[in-house]
Write a protein that binds this ligand. Structure first.
Ligand code: PGA
Length: 258
């Protein structure tokens, strides 16, 4: 059964792209092209330096929320170069945690992912936890166990109200930035497994939490992915830097909202 809170969500992960002026231009272009009342929720994830300026530009635009791509788990202190969830509190509403580029390029472990997620919840922001298997894990048949481990360490033991504030993104690592989208049947099976693990953790959570798909989503591939009953939206990387393409994906998400 579809949960009450599963309004489709399309998030644009800009990664390490755009200067501040470019981020403002991209935001303006997206605003101009976006449906006046999109059925899907839209979240932009600019680089840290642009989170506040983009948010300021969107103050009167209820169609678009802002998020950060990561954060550090301590509230404040001698942690040169880090940004805390607490610092993001006035600047955005969402924080992506556990993206595979963080896990694989910057050494985020299941333990540090959890510390970050706890910090996001403590700052009263919404975490979006990304999980997904590598191609080696997939070919050795370990997808389900990897997803289970990442979910249990990321979310296990949370109070129900905190768990229900989380969004999830299933992002097979091999599909990110590769132009290779997972097959709809693979996506459906992986997300069904994610929902099963959530349900085991907290009865009802499997049907309540939003689970997005991410990995080479384009306007062309969006319909076959977002049409799947299990999928509540998309986490879009490359295609989110093109306003036409991104808004087309948002339109698809709204049109086939389950
Ligand atoms: P991609 O990135 O759409 O460029 O594959 C998705 C992501 O990394 O979130």
């Amino acid at each position: 059964m579809t949960g009450l809170n599963r309004r489709p969500l399309v998030a644009g992960n800009w990664k390490m792209h755009t200067t501040v002026p470019e981020a403002l231009n991209l935001t303006t272009s997206i605003r101009q092209r976006l449906d006046p009342a999109p059925r899907a929720q839209v979240v932009l994830l600019p680089p840290f330096i642009s989170v506040w300026p983009v948010q300021q530009l969107l103050v009167d635009d209820l169609r678009i929320a802002v998020g950060a791509q990561d954060c550090f788990w301590e509230r404040a202190g001698a942690f040169t170069g880090q940004i805390s969830a607490e610092m993001l509190r006035e600047s955005c509403q969402h924080v992506l945690i556990g993206h595979s580029e963080r896990r694989h390029l910057f050494g985020d472990s299941d333990q540090t992912v959890r510390r970050k997620l706890d910090a996001v919840l403590a700052a009263h922001l919404r975490p979006m936890l990304a999980v997904g298997e590598t191609s080696a894990e997939k070919s050795s048949g370990r997808t389900d166990s990897v997803l289970g481990d990442q979910l249990r360490s990321g979310l296990g033991g949370l109070a129900t109200t905190d768990l229900l504030r989380c969004d999830l993104a299933y992002e097979p690592v091999w599909a990110i930035g590769s132009g290779k989208t997972a097959e709809p049947a693979e996506i459906a099976a992986a997300i069904a497994q994610i929902r099963k693990v959530l349900e085991e953790m907290e009865p009802g959570a499997g049907g309540e939490l939003r689970v997005l798909y991410g990995g080479s989503v384009t306007a062309e591939s969006a319909a076959s992915i977002l049409g799947l009953e299990e999928v509540d939206g998309a986490l879009v990387g490359g295609a989110s830097l093109d306003p036409e393409e991104f808004c087309a994906i948002v339109a698809v998400a709204g049109a086939i909202a389950h």
